[in-house]
Design a binder for this molecule. Structure first.
Ligand code: ADP
Ligand code: 5GP
Length: 220
């Protein structure tokens, strides 16, 4: 059996895609993103900059680049951010350079960003974006998940819950909507979306050569 990467279908060149995951805080988007990154080595995370305090479980440079307000402003002013927004009282932004490089090289990137970021990226790079909104099964479960995560203070949890309604209002702006009731099912749905989107004709410029080759092939 040949390696998958050696199969003719794997050699058809295509543009990279930008997978945008958004949800109200606590719905499970980071958990789904983590599963995707562990199992799909063709996807890499766009590591955002943020002015928020690091959570105990987070590693600087892996989950976020934790920066001061001054550093954040400098990046914004020098156009080093592809998009940026204030979310739950902190600032967040997507560094431009790694994304442009990944797209040029046909690699896929994952963005864990809010609706404001998704909107800004869609204005700039619509053809490359696949956006998914993750919904919780109920508001009561959302509250439980925020509490169970146990990484934020009670005040922060209360603010995030209050902001959830506003976030959810934006569900219509996304290409796909997945309800995260059962984690395995929700994760499976996201994987299916990624698999299908990678096969879209308009992303696969290598199909021109592949089909020409097929039609030119001489049979005995
Ligand atoms: P978000 O990134 O959307 O803020 P997280 O991925 O941090 O949310 O998930 C919040 C909490 O809910 C975490 O403790 C996570 O383990 C848990 N969680 C995620 N998905 C589910 C699910 N389908 N069922 C139960 N708990 C879940
Ligand atoms: P958290 O503080 O829980 O990590 O993230 C809070 C919210 O900010 C989440 O909705 C997350 O998706 C969003 N977020 C994280 N990074 C970025 C970013 O670079 N840009 C934007 N617009 N939102 C972000």
């Amino acid at each position: 059996m040949p390696q998958t990467s050696e199969l003719p279908s794997a050699r058809i060149k295509r543009r990279g895609l930008m997978l945008v995951l958004s949800s109200p805080s606590g719905a499970g988007k980071s958990t789904i993103a983590r599963n995707l990154l562990e199992n799909d080595h063709g996807l890499e995370l766009s590591v955002s900059v943020t002015t928020r305090q690091r959570r105990p479980s987070e590693i600087d440079g892996v989950h976020y680049h934790f920066v001061t307000m001054r550093e954040f402003e400098r990046m914004r002013e020098t156009d080093a951010l592809l998009e940026h927004a204030a979310v739950h009282g902190n600032f967040y932004g997507t560094p431009r350079e790694p994304v442009e490089q990944a797209m040029a090289e046909g690699r896929d990137m994952l963005f864990d960003i809010d609706w404001q970021g998704a909107e800004q990226l869609s204005e700039k790079m619509r053809a490359d974006i696949v956006s998914i909104f993750i919904l919780p099964p109920s508001m009561a479960e959302l509250k439980q998940r925020l509490k169970r995560r146990a990484e934020d203070s009670d005040d922060t949890i209360a603010m995030r819950l209050a902001n959830a309604r506003n976030e959810i209002e934006h569900w219509r702006e996304y290409d796909y909507v997945v309800v995260n009731d059962d984690l395995d099912r929700a994760y499976g749905a996201v994987r299916s979306i990624v698999a299908a989107e990678r096969l879209r004709r308009d992303r696969r410029h290598g199909l021109f050569d592949f089909v020409s080759g097929l039609l030119d092939e001489k049979l005995d």
